[in-house]
Design a binder for this molecule. Structure first.
Ligand code: WT7
Length: 653
């Protein structure tokens, strides 16, 4: 998947199936005519400040901005002089309406326990926890780490941080102690919120224990708050560790939202890049909230009576924007599920859809491929007729998976929105608008209003229809990242140095004669495993940190379920490697990064193929990992015998 863009385009099937929006869906859609869409796009192009300024009136501001947009990429400021609070926009403003007693969050725990919080109840919990944070010494501008299972307390903690202007940094619960320590050190987090554990396939996942280990290596953290979720034994360090429920017993429910500058950092979210440590993608308050609110409304066509379910984990950007901030800013009922899709059996998601009469369902291609593998009998056991709209995100969706989703889950009635975006973009950028866009399997179709993409070559020239190239954004948008935390130079270098005047997303894509975009995947050394970005370099350094490993090269290979699997070529300091060592290395990578980086293959190799300048020839390794005959150019290879040995090994396996 990381082959050069133009190489991959050859392999893309010419897809001609078109699915116009069903007439009844189109008739009720929030954006309901092509003219309306075109007019919005035109206005955004001609007068970006006018367009976004008008849109921003849909948020509640304590003080109106002086200027909509200041500066140009990469140094943009949105809604300067304006004051706003994300928590206020997700909660308080609904309390003045009939939504006060509407369900904000419907939560289902993996063991089957449930909880529903109305907007008023959620507001109360958030205010209380904001007071807890204050009591622990958290101030506006401080960083707070959240390492939690998918329980309501996670959303409460996010909104409580936002309420007082503390910047949250959420770390996905699958990451290891070392990964937590790195992120805490980078962000200089003052407080960590966690739980004793979380449920996953009936097992308790220890979270507090990982936090304890991480704190041996991160000194900025002063306090830890622990939710009692699974009831397992945990060690509580006096004057450092506190139980959530005890702290909450002791605070008032009165905590007005702090007015914050529009550019105030709402959160940092760490994501993988091709080199170096994880990047702390930092988002603003005003611009981010505007993007999250609008895109949720446009793409998911939200209606007051909808029950909306995004199956992502809040530890990823999808959960930030499309479980919490976007839906709540719209006053939607957002469903949150704690556990695995195959617990107690492979029908769990569909059972939840039936139980809560879910109307809008947003998931990832990797999950869809798992559903297909598990068999139609699971979805077919349940009444899915409440569903009216389906979505996907995370990686290109293969047309077979798209068609299955359309037929088996959508009963050929639900539009599918294939949404392209990134941690950095904050919200959806390219996606069908379900009431007007004809969809076609594998394409994320067209830009949303206000998004101005292009396909360019290495020198920045716009490419004609159907030629592959680099996907860039030529105009700033309010919800784009503002910096990489603590490393503004890297921010400019990563996103703005490749193509002059443009944001470079790192993806290869083409635009067809219909103006539809086809995203082919990343062009650098970043893997997309189950819809999550992993850096090959980080996995390599995890391997090399093992005392027996001399060198490691990690590449992706096509994987039926995960999209991309992780293949590691490992050169040992001595000896040939054994099954024992293979297991040990697998565990070692899991320990260093987390279960998400578990290698699918580890191959011991006497050496890895390199160029004369010493660069690992990943293209060759990718071919070997995928079991392909390597057809590419090998003239720059330093030592041909290395390749021959690797290939010979392949044959004997
Ligand atoms: C990368 C961003 C955005 C939330 C999930 C991942 C790939 C994402 C699509 C899509 C083709 C997609 C891209 C992108 N990607 N959505 N609909 N079609 N590719 O967030 O970890 O920041 O990864 O995921 O390669 O650059 P992320």
């Amino acid at each position: 998947m990381s082959a050069p863009a133009d190489e991959r385009i050859e392999s893309v099937l010419q897809e001609t199936r078109m699915f116009p929006p069903p007439a009844d869906f189109a008739a009720q859609a929030n954006i309901s005519s092509e003219e309306q869409y075109q007019a919005m796009c035109q206005k955004a192009k001609d007068d970006p400040a006018g367009f976004w300024g008008e849109m921003a009136e849909n948020l509640d501001w304590f003080k109106t901005w002086d200027t909509v947009l200041e500066g140009d990429m990469p140094e943009t400021k949105w809604f300067s002089g304006g004051q706003i609070n994300a928590s206020y926009n997700c909660l308080d403003r609904h309390l003045k309406t009939w939504r006060k007693n509407k369900a904000a969050i419907i939560w289902e725990g993996e063991p089957g326990d449930t909880r529903t919080l109305t907007y008023q109840e959620l507001h109360r919990e958030v205010c209380k926890f904001a007071n807890v944070l204050k009591k622990l010494g958290v101030e506006t501008g401080d960083r707070v780490t959240l390492y939690m299972p998918m329980i309501p307390e996670l959303a409460i903690a996010m909104l409580a941080c936002a309420r007082i202007g503390a910047t949250h940094s959420i770390i996905f619960g699958g990451f290891s102690a070392d990964a937590i320590a790195d992120r805490n050190n980078d962000a200089q987090s003052k407080v960590v919120i966690t739980a004793d554990g979380g449920w996953r396939r009936g097992k308790e996942i220890a979270l507090k224990q990982n936090v304890d280990t991480s704190l041996e290596k991160s000194s900025s953290v002063e306090k830890v708050v622990v939710v009692n979720r699974v009831g397992c034994d945990v060690e509580m360090v006096p004057d450092r560790d506190y139980w959530w429920h005890e702290l909450m017993d002791d605070v008032s429910a009165d905590c007005p939202a702090t007015p914050l500058d529009s550019e105030h950092p709402l959160f940092i979210l760490y994501t993988s890049g091709s080199t170096g440590k994880p990047k702390g993608v930092m988002h603003s308050t005003g611009g981010y909230m505007l993007g999250a609110m609008l895109t949720t409304n446009w793409v998911f066509d939200l209606k007051e009576e909808d029950t909306y379910w995004c199956t992502a984990d809040i530890g990823w950007i999808t959960g930030h924007s499309y479980i919490v901030y976007g839906p709540l800013a719209n006053g939607t009922t957002t469903l949150m599920y704690e556990g695995a899709p195959n617990w107690p059996d492979e029908g769990r998601f569909w059972e939840i859809v039936e139980k809560y009469q879910v109307n809008i369902f947003y998931t990832a291609p990797t999950a869809i491929r798992a559903f297909i593998k598990w068999g139609d009998e699971f979805p077919n056991r349940y009444d899915l007729s409440s569903l009216r709209l389906l979505g996907t995100v995370g990686e290109p969706i293969n047309p077979e998976a798209w068609m299955w989703y359309h037929k088996v889950i959508g009963r050929e009635k639900c539009p599918i929105v294939d949404t392209w975006w990134q941690t950095e973009t904050g919200g959806i950028m390219l996606s069908p608008l379900p009431g007007i866009t004809s969809t076609t399997p594998g394409s994320c179709t067209r830009p949303l209003p206000g998004v101005v993409p292009d396909i360019v070559n290495e020198t920045g020239e716009s490419q004609p229809e159907n030629s592959g190239g680099l996907l860039v954004m030529t105009q700033p948008w309010p919800h784009m990242l503002r910096t990489l935390y603590g490393d503004h130079d890297r921010f400019i270098e990563t996103y703005f140095s490749k193509i002059d005047g443009c944001y470079f997303a790192g993806d290869g894509a083409r635009r067809d004669d219909n103006g539809y975009y086809w995203v082919m995947g990343r062009v650098d050394d970043v893997l997309n495993v189950s819809g999550h970005r992993l850096s090959t370099m980080e996995i390599e350094s995890a391997l090399v940190s093992h005392p027996e490993v001399a060198e490691a090269a990690v590449v992706g290979f096509p994987h039926d379920l995960k999209g991309e699997g992780i293949c590691c070529f490992v050169t040992l300091k001595s000896g040939n490697g054994s099954d024992e060592l293979l297991k040990e290395l697998t565990q070692h990578v899991r320990g260093q990064i987390g279960a998400i980086a578990t290698p699918d293959q580890i191959r011991f190799a006497a050496a890895v193929p390199k160029t004369r300048s010493g660069k690992i020839m990943r293209r060759l390794l990718r071919d070997i990992a995928a079991g392909r005959e390597s057809a590419g150019d090998t003239t720059t290879l330093e030592d041909r015998s290395v390749l021959e040995k690797l290939m010979a090994k392949e044959d004997s396996e």
